[in-house]
Design a protein. Sequence first.
Length: 378
Amino acid sequence: MFAGEARGEVPPQAARALWWGAASLVLAVLGTSVLVAGAEHGRRLLVAMALVIVQVCALRWQTRAPVAVLAVNAATGLAVWALLPAVTLTGALLAAQVALCVVAATRPRRVSVGALAAMCLPASLALGAGGLADLAVYLLTVVLAWTAGQWRRAQQARMRAEMRRAVVEERARIAREVHDVVAHTLSVMVVQASAADDVFTQRPDQARVALRAIETGARSALGELRLLLRAFGADVGEDGAGEQREPGPSLAYLDELADTVRMTGMTVHVHREGATGGLPTTVDLTAYRIVQESLTNTLRHAVGADKVSVRVTVEGGYVKVTVVDNGRTPQIRSAAARAGRGLVGMKERARLVGGSLRAGPLPQGGFEVAAQLPVEGA
């Protein structure tokens, strides 16, 4: 019917379309019945047709004040029936039934139930005029009109719930993206800043290398954040004219990601098996972010770690990602990883593409993150 109807807010175009449809129905059904029934009642016919026109005009405001329109159309409909008893009560109150449907769709349930009860009051007139058959037809059409409005109201409520859920999921996705970008870069920058501070006086050249690494990492993070903002329609470029969109994070840039960690002095081994070039974008980005977050956790939680191995394998319709380091104190690391949002975010990323992820300390020492992501149906 129309969006926002459960709150009484109807777009003008939808309101006009609803009015044209309702007016056409009333004129075609009730107008024809009045013309046929009043063919031999000259003055009554004119009055009845005038009342029909009033009903049609009142329907113009059915989305703004449906309860008032219902009252007007019910009163005029009863007047039409009183003037021309040959017109059934169900037909005479057709415009009121249309207004009842709108009331049920746009007003709270207690209001629509009251309107339904009010529309059932003339049922005794239908019983007296046409017996049980007319009574059954009248009550059936009134209840159907109310039920149709309630169905539409429920449909709109489901749509709003889906929209709210989509907004929440989108916010969570943005939060994960920002966390992955910022957490990794800041972890590398903290390590580099600490190294620069340690050798600033004795080895200024090495300190400069660390500072340049910090600058490079910060620029990279800013670039990723710009890409993220562009994806949501924000114009963050300094000069928007002719600006080319840069490619987003993917497994193609795994070596560059490893280089940022190598700048901290840690040894990073990257091993690939299978073709990673044709992966779906969601799977490609998810695998990249899992590796990025795993390396970040190594920098933050892997006490004494100096080596980390990254393996990405594409086989059997799956992308398998394994990140293993040689850090100590696995129990403390496991608790720290579970306390943060990094591990939770990785598991959620894997779940959203239909995959799975496990992470935990190894018996021989170190920490392992292993994910399996399906290529098809992601």
